[in-house]
Design a protein around this ligand. Structure first.
Ligand code: SF4
Length: 187
């Protein structure tokens, strides 16, 4: 099959590319992640995804940086349990549409490799948006390859971010760090 792979970042793309290609499919990548904040971070992850795609010989296309659309999606839904499904929905809906419009037979996403995100919700959303766009959803659980791929990314000096992407996740990371630091001081 000719599959469009929605890519969230270079490290997360390592195992899905390897695994899909090993099954004899052809892949092109699609970087559509307007959730990433600030813009400099978005560009940094895009540049790394571009570099890695070139290294493994796949074509990487990119969507718009629809920052306003992202905030419209998550407005009044800022808690992680509410905003994350909206964020996945937005990115996957656009990826499914792009795949359909550009003649791919199926689409899938590197989000299926994350051990930190709700795999089943992502899978359900991908099935829904695929049906709506009239395209197949290629399902595979990419989580078993996550750890090894992260090690490979580090050994190749591929940039590995320390927060999921949105400004909320950056705030949550810093709050956790500050609270851990506070506990350390009290010891
Ligand atoms: S934490 Fe990650 S998945 Fe959730 S809204 Fe932010 S960028 Fe999207």
């Amino acid at each position: 099959m000719n599959i469009l792979l929605h890519i969230c970042c270079a490290p997360c793309s390592i195992y899905p590319i390897e695994s899909i290609e090993a099954k004899g499919h052809r892949i092109a990548g699609y970087y559509y992640n307007p959730n990433i904040h600030p813009y400099s971070e978005y560009l940094k992850r895009k540049e790394e995804a571009d570099k890695y795609s070139k290294e493994v010989g796949i074509n990487l296309m990119a969507g718009e940086y629809d920052l306003e659309k992202y905030f419209q999606f998550v407005n009044y839904n800022e808690k992680p349990e509410n905003r994350c499904p909206m964020c996945w929905w937005m990115r996957l809906e656009e990826s499914a549409k792009f795949a359909k419009e550009n003649g791919f037979e199926a689409f899938t996403t590197t989000l299926l490799g994350s051990p930190y995100q709700d795999h089943d919700v992502i899978k359900n959303i991908a099935e829904d948006v695929a049906q709506k766009a009239g395209i197949k959803f290629y399902y595979e659980d990419f989580r078993p390859g996550f750890k090894k791929a992260l090690g490979e990314a580090k050994s190749k000096a591929i940039y590995c971010q320390n927060y999921c992407g949105c400004i909320f996740s950056e705030k949550e990371r810093l709050e956790k760090k500050a609270s851990a630091h506070g506990k350390e001081k009290k010891k």
